[in-house]
Write a protein that binds this ligand. Structure first.
Ligand SMILES: [Zn+2]
Length: 392
């Protein structure tokens, strides 16, 4: 069945102006300024009345199985539901394991990734977790990436953190080389997605690894770079060297030595570092612990996928143009993850689209040509989601 979206102000993410978009078979068939070029008797028409149409967000870091578990078993966070992503404008997600890659493993992550796919979301995952040797399904990072369809890289491997395995430079290099070669064989991302902790060593190990080896900088993909201001500066330098760096949309308290995600993205864009080498992820389903100096948890909250749209709204409120802010949520993520048919509005791409209203709220969400959210109301529900209880 064909759908024709008319009178859309298209941001692809670059501003294309008023366009009409024909959709069929889950893909964008054609985009035109002339509606008569696209009109077809069999197409159902949806008039967007000049609202903005943007690519669906790609969340490159979410704990789809639920993360946490850092303060006893009862603190294991439950799995995230379909609507927690779709109502927040996320049409594609990459699941990761974090601290708890013991009671969670690649099998359970793979199963939850596939469950989200069955429910209609674009879903991939990384093998491994915080620790070394990385937890895998086949016994090897390289084989997991090459042979397991949803697995596109390895991580989040922890560096500069008291919860890490305290990996050596050579251990990091071995894992990164496996990811790189597996990416070449399979055409997948082939990255090592690096969790950076609060440790003062920051990105030192990554710089050493790059200096010593022939690996391209793109293989090293650090996240949580805004958690310390000095780490952020290191990450901007690393982006100039060719790595793509990831900002986490977590809350930041007043006076904390961290940049809020909106401020971090604006600072990055103003730094003159390559605009295509920065991304934004939610860490959804992860826990946000505050530790004392003994490594004991003082308090804990859970990160929400909706932090992405909330961050975008703050960035737009600061006066940044939509087409400047969007790539970090869409095309830049698609590029580092080598998801070539996502993150852009163009003919042939997956029909993963968001309609944004005048208040910068997400009004409608389409994934693979299917409306998941219409006028702010969830239309497609996960297996265990209640229709009366729409939690965002
Ligand atoms: Zn992390």
């Amino acid at each position: 069945m064909l759908k024709l979206l008319t009178n859309a102000q298209v941001f692809a993410p670059e501003a294309l102006g008023l366009r009409h978009v024909l959709i069929g078979g889950g893909r964008i068939i054609a985009i035109s300024g002339d509606k008569s070029e696209l009109s077809s008797a069999s197409a159902t028409e949806f008039d967007l009345e000049g609202r903005r149409l943007v690519p669906g967000f790609i969340d490159g870091h979410a704990h789809v199985t639920g993360g946490g578990g850092e303060s006893g078993f009862k603190t294991r966070v439950p799995p995230l539901s379909l609507g927690q992503f779709t109502c927040a404008g996320i049409t594609s997600v990459v699941g990761v394991l974090g601290t708890d890659d013991t009671t969670r493993d690649t099998r359970s992550l793979l199963a939850q990734t596939r469950a989200l796919r069955e429910e209609g979301l674009g879903a991939w995952c990384h093998t491994g977790g915080y620790h070394v040797p990385p937890v895998t399904l086949t016994g090897s990072v390289r084989d997991d990436i090459v042979y397991l369809d949803p697995v596109i890289g390895v991580g989040e491997l922890a560096l500069s953190d008291h919860r890490s395995s305290q990996p050596s430079r050579d251990e990091l290099l071995r894992i990164a080389s496996d990811a790189h070669v597996a990416g070449m064989i399979s055409g997948k991302a082939g990255i090592v997605h690096l969790h950076l902790g609060d440790g003062e060593r920051g990105l030192d190990l990554v710089r050493q690894a790059l200096q010593l080896s022939e690996l391209p900088a793109r293989v090293f993909n650090p996240t949580h770079i805004n958690r310390r201001k000095a780490l952020f500066e290191e990450a901007v330098e690393l982006a100039r060297e060719g790595s793509t760096v990831d900002i986490t949309a977590f809350p930041v308290a007043d006076g904390e030595d961290a940049w809020a995600a909106d401020v971090a993205l604006i600072r990055y864009l103003e730094s003159g570092a390559p605009a295509e080498r920065v991304t934004m992820s939610s860490d959804g389903g992860g826990c946000l612990p505050v530790f004392n100096d003994q490594g004991e948890i003082l308090q804990m909250e859970t990160a929400k996928p909706a932090s992405l749209i909330e961050t975008l709204q703050k960035i737009l409120a600061s006066g940044v143009a939509l087409e400047q802010a969007l790539p970090a949520f869409t095309s830049n993520v698609a590029d580092i993850l080598r998801l070539h048919d996502r993150g852009r509005i163009r003919a042939g791409a997956a029909a993963d689209l968001l309609v944004v209203d005048d208040e910068n709220e997400i009004r409608d969400v389409m994934i693979a040509g299917i409306w998941h959210v219409r006028a702010g109301a969830q239309q497609v529900f996960g297996q265990f989601e209640s229709r009366d209880n729409q939690d965002k």
